[in-house]
Design a protein around this ligand. Sequence first.
Ligand code: NAG
Ligand code: NAG
Length: 311
Amino acid sequence: MKFFSLIAFAALALASPLEKRASVSDVATLGYATLNGGTTGGSGGSSTTVTTLAALTSAVTGGAKKIVIISGTITGNTVVRVGSNTTVIGQKGSSLVGVGLRVLNEKNVILRNIKISKVLAEAGDAIGIQASSQVWVDHADLSSDRDHDKDFYDGLLDLTHGVTGITVTNTKLSNHWKASLVGHSDSNGAEDTAITVTYANNYWTNLNSRTPSFRFGHGHIFNNYFENNGDGINTRDGAQLLVENNVFSGDKDSLYSTDGGFAVARGNDFGNTTNEAPTGTFTSAPYSYSLLAVGSVKASVVANAGQTLTF
Ligand SMILES: *[C@@H]1O[C@H](CO)[C@@H](O)[C@H](O)[C@H]1NC(C)=O
Ligand SMILES: *[C@@H]1O[C@H](CO)[C@@H](O)[C@H](O)[C@H]1NC(C)=O
């Protein structure tokens, strides 16, 4: 009897998104965000709950240590600037519609459990991180639609202008044209060679391109699940990527290079595609981590990615 209820519970857990309890004071524990003093955001600071665009905009401003909790649906046509030493948390069921978040020239920011959709290109990216360091994006749900032309919306998660110490985990990117751009342009190597990004346990689905497009820096991409995308991981302009235990299903591409990008690929399931990227030199990440077996990636990522935390 006990045995059967355990099986039933396990089946239920796999069938529906897992709900996990988390603390608003959590700090980054994985990837590049853990280096250089770590990423603590507003942990230990005051905590405010916001339900309007005006309250959100003012609560996240400035470098004081603070935790800002989003409740309900906030609608607009803008991008809100988030200051340093800040954690922004989405409550279960909350969402930003047409409202993106931008981290520009800041340090030590956590964006967690936030659902963002349909941010118009005229406003900016759903999440844009530029010229900043130590940023952890976790359990975000980023999407729009593909009913318009590719420039109606801009990026879902763009990491540019020399960002360092970035970790993106348990995030769902879906239904969009241009998903995740890393590195500003082909001529921005002076800034962008410093880039360091970890992408782990993310769910990328129904995206046209940039899954991600990665220029110049170092990227560690592991345990992601890619499904029905029109593009793959594009390593560009001398980027050095370490690509491990990812799964690709129904994608047009998996891993390839343009303009002399490189990758070390290990343990991936490339689906019906092949790895076309030249082998690089990035063989060992500068932090410890454990890899999920490739056969468990799809079920685990699909169940966990997105706004699945409760606080
Ligand atoms: C962020 O917090 C650190 C540590 O308290 C402090 O040194 C730094 O000045 C703060 N940053 C800003 C922009 O206020
Ligand atoms: C892999 O399958 C997908 C979906 O059927 C298709 O769009 C894509 O072109 C295929 N890729 C290759 C390299 O055959």
